[in-house]
Design a protein around this ligand. Structure first.
Ligand SMILES: [Zn+2]
Ligand SMILES: [Zn+2]
Ligand SMILES: [Zn+2]
Ligand SMILES: [Zn+2]
Length: 354
């Protein structure tokens, strides 16, 4: 390969704009990058990023792209990272984008925090009702050092942030610490609370929505989509399993993860993407439910182009189907056009399946 060719912009990735000395290196990069229309994109230069965190770095810093940062500072929203048409449009947008802590309607929160309102709505609408629900738990400690997490409070909300279920839970194991400063839970609250087995059954019944759990294969059935943050842990503490394809976990969703591929805390995500604080002082699982539901709503309402098939077909993306020399003759845009995502983008929940 001669020098002129190695320096030509032909070898520049059409998604992340990385430059490669040789076309074969770009092809190799495309095989393993899983670039797609679902990746967060800079509204100024069109660069695609693996996560909103890396887009944030690109627009705000440290070390932002200067031209993009300049425009972003005038008409970019620091929460959703969208670039608006004008600073006036930005102000209007911020009014909708910036959220504040939700308070559940009326008396419900007070009553449910006393454990009274435990199945107000859960047995209604067995076949209809919300299709997406958020779940969160608060844990107390068990075991000799109190480090074993035991679910002592659980909440479920629907898409409109209404409480479906909110209850104290009586663990099966002896509680050694109530973690009062964060849970606000006292022994008397749990004395007559619903046993964890019963809670588990109620929640599972509600989620499955009349569909036997072993038959749940697609999301076209009646079973509901479950939203949460670190759901493995919550489900574990409830002694529950739920089909992975119906789980939307804000701790594990690549666009919401750190550039290091570790999870962000829900507290951080709520502050950074929704603009308000949670988990200060005594924590109510309702706040966590609402925050994860809002994050889910933001993510699933993104307008991404609709493709014939949205996911990569194998571990080497779709590029395994073509010969290396064919790929090396393609343009960077052509390579991007056949590249697909390696994660399920939540925008696809909004797309009606044929
Ligand atoms: Zn790239
Ligand atoms: Zn998408
Ligand atoms: Zn940019
Ligand atoms: Zn915004």
């Amino acid at each position: 390969m001669d020098r002129t060719e190695s320096e030509s912009p032909r070898n520049k990735c059409a998604a992340c704009y990385r430059q490669f000395n040789r076309m074969e290196h770009l092809v190799e990069h495309m095989r393993t990058s899983y670039h797609s229309v679902h990746e967060p994109m800079c509204g100024v230069c069109g660069k695609r990023c693996r996560s909103f965190e890396s887009l944030r770095e690109h627009l705000i810093g440290p070390l932002p792209k200067v031209e993009c940062a300049k425009i972003f500072s005038i008409r970019g929203c620091s929460l959703c990272l969208t670039i608006l048409d004008s600073s006036y449009a930005l102000r209007l947008h911020r009014g909708r984008c910036q959220l504040s802590r939700a308070t559940p309607a009326g008396l419900i929160s007070r009553m449910s925090s006393l454990g009274i309102q435990d199945d107000l709505r859960i047995d209604n609408n067995r076949t209809r009702g919300p299709q997406v629900v958020a779940l969160a738990c608060k844990m107390v400690g068990g075991g000799s050092d109190g480090s074993l997490d035991l679910c002592a409070r659980v909440c479920l909300v629907d898409e409109d942030e209404n409480i479906i279920f909110h209850s104290y839970v009586k663990p099966q194991i002896q509680i050694t610490t109530y973690r009062y400063e964060t849970t606000g839970i006292r022994p008397e609250y749990l004395r007559d609370a619903m046993p964890v087995k019963q809670v588990q059954r109620k929640i599972l019944d509600f989620l499955c929505n009349g569909e036997p759990i072993w038959t749940i294969r697609s999301r076209r059935g009646r079973a509901r989509i479950l939203v949460g943050h670190g759901l493995d842990h919550d489900l574990d503490c409830l002694g529950m399993e739920y089909p992975p394809h119906l789980i939307r976990d804000t701790a594990k969703y690549p666009p919401l993860m750190k550039t290091s591929k570790l999870s962000n805390s829900l507290k951080y995500l709520t502050q950074a993407y929704l603009g308000y604080e949670i988990q200060t002082g005594i924590q109510d699982p309702y706040d966590d439910c609402v925050a994860t539901m809002r994050l889910y709503m933001r993510m699933s309402s993104q307008a991404h182009p609709v493709e014939d098939y949205p996911l990569a077909t194998d571990a080497r993306n779709n590029f395994a189907l073509s010969r290396q020399n064919e790929l090396e003759r393609m343009t960077p845009e052509g390579l991007l056009a056949i590249s697909r995502s390696d994660y399920y983008c939540w925008c696809l929940d909004g797309v009606t399946e044929p």
